[in-house]
Design a protein around this ligand. Structure first.
Ligand code: NDP
Length: 432
């Protein structure tokens, strides 16, 4: 905190993490000797750069771009790019730090990094998005590489943006398809990558419920967000027999008592890039409300926050407990404040932390890298099957780690410990 006084999100992520991994040091004094913790909380490097671009009126705009390469002990840096006006060094560092352990949990050979810019994609034309992405990549390409750092998407970066970023990279370097993941299927993307984070979240949630003798079938589910993660979480939850009654954007939320209609949601968000008010217009029984879905007076069983960091505070967590929620699994990164997590845990709510529950996206990104290296494309069923197995293994490993270190049943501590020990082993084996 003394070193980074203006980085509250980064401090929150590090503090939450450290308080759960203390049992490890009693069994592993070698990690203390190697000063692993001090090295883990400092990124290998943090790059900040200017992104100049021209808007449709011919005016020159300037944004701030970032790439934080956090830790490469187990593989090349891997993590998404976020385009949102709130992006700053604190947010990119918190996301990069989380990514290190998430990537470790997947069992795949990927280190952790994250990047983005304080660019607001909302209301921009395709041509403006393209010029921004081209300028962003003109600088970013100096710092990434197939065995060095492989970015992907995050908030505000989907297929369109990855396409423009890749096009610019190719102009400068030639066709190295594995340089970015989340690509379109016609130029090296993987089937099931778009769905991976949302589907993976549901595979994880189902495993967590089954661990407690329950399933998603016939559960009422509240989801926040209406982006890449939320849409596919809703789709898979309904396939598992749950009824998802909400979706939201940063202005408000819809309640659809018939269950969210995924085809309508995809049309509104992916095709028309419109607001959630349009969903309510298209579905006569749905109601639109301004504000946060976590303030709504609803009765439900499972909460899946899939929008952004710190979207659930202590008061909202209390409301959630009062609503009868049995399980919270995080699709977004760090959506629950530390006080909210304490509410879940002290009220017996099963809590699946982001770095485990939303690891499906990066896992399939790593599978995309593998397909690109092999110059082959795997089928949807193959990739989806691998995703399901990765999520189930990751859940089982978290449960086993919690048991081994005397915190059985704590899925948060288990995920942190399982992710941490692999990175710490790799770091100590590689020396200073
Ligand atoms: P998208 O940009 O596709 O969607 C984000 C959604 O969340 C939109 O509905 C957006 O509404 C809403 N949202 C964004 N910021 C806020 C805010 N400040 N307050 C309320 N709502 C907000 O992003 P993704 O679905 O890709 O990402 C969502 C979360 O999941 C992020 O935390 C991301 O880091 C995490 N994640 C994403 C992965 C991926 O594969 N994409 C992988 C792992 C984690 P609006 O349109 O109004 O901005």
């Amino acid at each position: 905190a003394a070193r980074d006084p203006h980085q509250p999100e980064f401090q929150e992520a590090v503090t939450n993490f450290l308080r759960t991994i203390t049992p490890v040091f009693e069994q592993h004094p070698e990690y203390i000797a190697a000063n692993v913790l001090a090295r883990l909380v400092e990124p290998d490097r943090a790059i900040q750069f200017q992104v100049p671009w021209q808007d449709d009126h011919g005016t020159m705009q300037v944004n701030r771009g970032f790439r934080v390469q956090f830790n490469s002990a187990i593989g090349p840096y891997k993590g998404g790019l976020r385009l949102h006006p709130s992006v700053n060094l604190s947010i990119v560092k918190f996301l990069g730090f989380e990514q290190v352990f998430k990537n470790s949990l997947t069992g795949l050979p990927i280190g952790g990094g994250k990047g983005g810019a304080d660019f607001n994609p909302k209301g921009k034309s395709d041509a403006e998005i393209m010029r921004f992405c081209q300028s962003f990549m003109t600088e970013l390409q100096k710092h990434i590489g197939l065995d060095l750092d492989v970015p992907a998407g995050d908030i505000g970066v989907g297929g369109r943006e990855i396409g423009y970023l890749y096009g610019q990279y190719k102009r400068l370097h030639g066709a190295e398809r594995g340089i970015l993941t989340g690509k379109g299927l016609s130029y090296g993307g993987s089937l099931a990558r778009t769905e991976a984070t949302g589907y993976g979240l549901i595979y994880y949630t189902q495993a967590m419920l089954e661990d407690n003798g329950d399933t998603l079938k016939d559960k009422t589910v509240v989801v926040s967000g209406a982006g890449n993660v939320a849409i596919y979480a809703i789709e898979k939850a309904q396939e598992y027999g749950a009824k998802v009654i909400t979706a939201s954007d940063s202005n408000g939320y819809v309640i659809d008592p018939d269950g969210i209609d995924v085809a309508t949601l995809k049309d509104v968000k992916e095709v028309r890039r419109a607001r959630m008010t349009e969903y309510a217009t298209a579905r006569p029984n749905a109601e639109y409300h301004e504000g946060s879905v976590w303030d709504a007076e609803l009765t439900y069983d499972v909460a899946l926050p899939c929008a952004t960091q710190n979207e659930i505070d202590a008061a909202q967590a209390k409301r959630l407990v009062a609503a009868g929620v049995k399980a919270v699994a995080e699709g977004a990164n760090m959506p629950s404040t530390p006080e909210a997590i304490a509410e879940y845990q002290s009220n017996g709510v099963y809590y699946g932390p982001a770095k485990a529950a939303n690891a499906g996206g990066v896992a399939v990104s790593a599978l995309e890298m593998s397909q690109n290296s092999r110059r082959l494309s795997d089928s949807f069923a193959t990739v989806d099957g691998q995703l399901k197995s990765i999520m189930e293994t990751l859940f089982a490993n978290s449960v086993a780690a919690a048991k081994e270190y005397g915190v059985a049943g704590d899925y948060l501590a288990g995920a942190n410990i399982a992710g941490f020990t692999k990175v710490a082993d790799a770091m100590t084996a590689q020396g200073w």
